[in-house]
Write a protein that binds this ligand. Structure first.
Ligand code: GLY
Length: 556
């Protein structure tokens, strides 16, 4: 071998690239799953124990949640799955968001005078977008999973067919929705006992839903978007005044999207891309806050700065954001720290905006779960029907409650939706378009620790993820503190700071009022954050579930 060749081989052998490749990748000492229901968390661990990876577990958890939390998500809904594959660091967001039916029109929820008809985008078949979760589960299993879809859906099928004991939360949701669901006889038949609410511990069986899940398991996407289930869905929707067609279902596809990425202090943030506003708004708020020495401030001052960052970022949400497959959104500019630096100049001059009275958000609709497996694969998934039990409508014989995600469109520019959010033309309704969401499945990573998190809560989702991100990034407290932290929220319009009672003490409340803020004290808590944290140095994994909910974080 020539001297030159030997030298070349030596250089290749000791090159930094080769040395890095040879380094063992850190691995978690255990797998962690946190979800809003213990049976869903257990379904995920069952699939891991059978040899599945985090992506198979995500299929199992999502499908189980569809059965045991039928008010928050399900086959009739949509959502976003954020994935990290350990083997090569590949990250992607699976957009399984609902689409507007092809017969949808911009003004479909307005009366002849151009005013939104109350309830039309919320109640009944006309409020439902074309569901994405079934396609999301199939895609996850086929492209990223190790196990056949059939195996990962088995725990959910069992829970639907054999029944599960209903919880306090199930009772509360049914009680709150009782009068509304009475208008939807099929839904009431499935979720009530001859019109009465199930007692805690009584078994709810959902044989029609079990059959729909079995179809999905046997036939993949065709089991939902084609054939018998599709026909029943379309016939049911049309008979109830909706506008779905078989083509709507046949055409539905999940879309793989590059997540939104950014850096706050020393933390790498990876979050949801459009059509969720989550990642853009989160990154904008963090960029705005990057210009302040928050650690040097007392709590009242710090909170005020955070409120102002929320105000500005939610303002841009209303002005610019929508489905980027339909409208031009300059995401790169919006999440550019240089743009935040310019916006920061506006902060001291911000004035209350005069808006029509509206709600400031919502607490717990939707669901979230987080998974880390023993290889370090991760999933953060936020899934929704929109408001509790979605549209309330269940096409007969399907066992599937349909979403009312069409209300997440701006049904008319500047008219507030159910969360009080307003929007522009960017989020106007168009056939096949996806409504703007606030769901914010997120990964945080500093040199040592990985956090996988998210929460339900309508427009308040993004501000909740922000508050937890700040605690993580500034090294305050640990995982349990991050999910239980008292919360506050501002969404630009209406100009109100909504807060949990313990978020501000009396002197802070007075200080905020003196500075001109309108405060809205919320009864009870909101959100239901699910978090898995993996310390790459020690291997330790923690899975924690928000104490406001009845979920379970479990490490095995
Ligand atoms: N439907 C709630 C959201 O997507 O933000």
């Amino acid at each position: 071998m020539s001297h030159l060749l030997r030298l070349l081989l030596f250089l290749i052998a000791v090159s930094p690239l080769t040395i890095r490749a040879a380094e063992p990748q850190p691995r978690p000492a255990a797998a962690g799953i946190a979800s809003a229901h213990p049976l869903a968390t257990q379904a995920g661990h069952e699939i891991l124990a059978r040899g599945g990876n985090a992506f198979d577990a995500a299929v199992a958890v999502a499908a189980a949640l569809a059965v045991v939390e039928p008010y928050n998500s399900g086959l009739g809904g949509g959502g976003f799955f954020l994935l990290h594959r350990a083997r090569d660091g590949f990250e992607i967001m699976i957009d399984a968001r609902e689409r507007a039916p092809l017969a949808a029109t911009r003004d479909m929820y307005l009366d002849r005078d151009g005013r939104p008809v109350p309830g039309r985008s919320i109640d009944g078949a006309l409020a439902a977008g074309i569901p994405g979760i079934p396609a999301g589960l199939v895609h996850l299993a086929e492209k990223y999973g190790r196990l056949p879809l059939k195996q990962s859906l088995a725990p959910a099928i069992r829970l639907a067919r054999d029944g599960f004991p209903v919880t306090v939360q199930y009772g509360k949701m049914c009680l709150r929705q009782h009068d509304r669901l009475e208008h939807f006889p099929e839904t009431a038949r499935v979720f009530f006992h001859d019109g009465f609410i199930y007692g805690v511990g009584e078994k709810l069986r959902q044989p029609e839903l079990a059959r729909a899940l079995e179809r999905l398991a046997a036939a993949g996407r065709k089991g939902f978007y084609d054939g018998d289930v599709a026909r029943r869905l379309v016939d049911g929707v049309r008979a109830a005044g909706g506008i779905w067609s078989l083509k709507d279902l046949a055409d539905y596809r999940v879309i793989e999207r590059e997540p939104v990425r950014g850096v706050y202090r020393n933390v790498r943030v990876t979050s949801a891309a459009l059509p969720s506003s989550g990642g853009v708004v989160l990154m904008q708020m963090l960029n705005l806050l990057q210009g302040f020495d928050l650690d040097a401030m007392d709590k009242p001052r710090r909170d005020q700065i955070v409120i102002e960052a929320m105000r500005l970022a939610y303002r841009d949400r209303a002005r610019y954001l929508g489905d980027a497959d339909f409208v031009n959104v300059d995401v790169a500019r919006l999440i550019d720290p240089a743009y935040a630096a310019k916006l920061r100049e506006e902060m001291p001059a911000l004035k209350p905006v005069s808006t029509a009275p509206a709600k400031t958000g919502e607490g717990s609709n939707t669901t979230h779960f987080s998974v880390v497996d023993r290889d370090g694969n991760r999933v953060a998934a936020t899934l929704s029907l929109n408001t509790p039990f979605g549209s309330g409508f269940m096409p007969p014989g399907t066992g599937i409650v349909l979403n009312n995600e069409m209300d997440d469109f701006s049904v008319k520019p500047d008219a507030p939706n159910t969360y009080g959010l307003t929007g522009s033309d960017a989020n106007a309704i168009a056939p096949g378009k996806r409504p703007l969401s606030s769901m914010t499945p997120t990964f945080l990573e500093n040199g040592e620790t990985v956090a996988v998190l998210g929460t339900p809560g309508g427009s308040r989702i993004i501000s909740m993820v922000l508050l937890a991100t700040l605690e993580f990034s500034h090294g305050r407290g640990g995982p349990k503190d991050w999910v239980s932290l008292p919360r506050f929220h501002h969404q630009y319009s209406p100009d109100v700071v909504a807060y949990e009672a313990s978020a501000f003490d009396e002197s802070e409340r007075h200080a905020l009022v003196r500075r001109g803020y309108r405060l809205e004290a919320l009864r009870g808590g909101y959100g239901n954050m699910q978090l898995v944290v993996w310390n790459k140095k020690t291997g330790r994994v923690e899975a924690v579930s928000d104490p406001r909910g009845e979920g379970l974080g479990q490490v095995k």
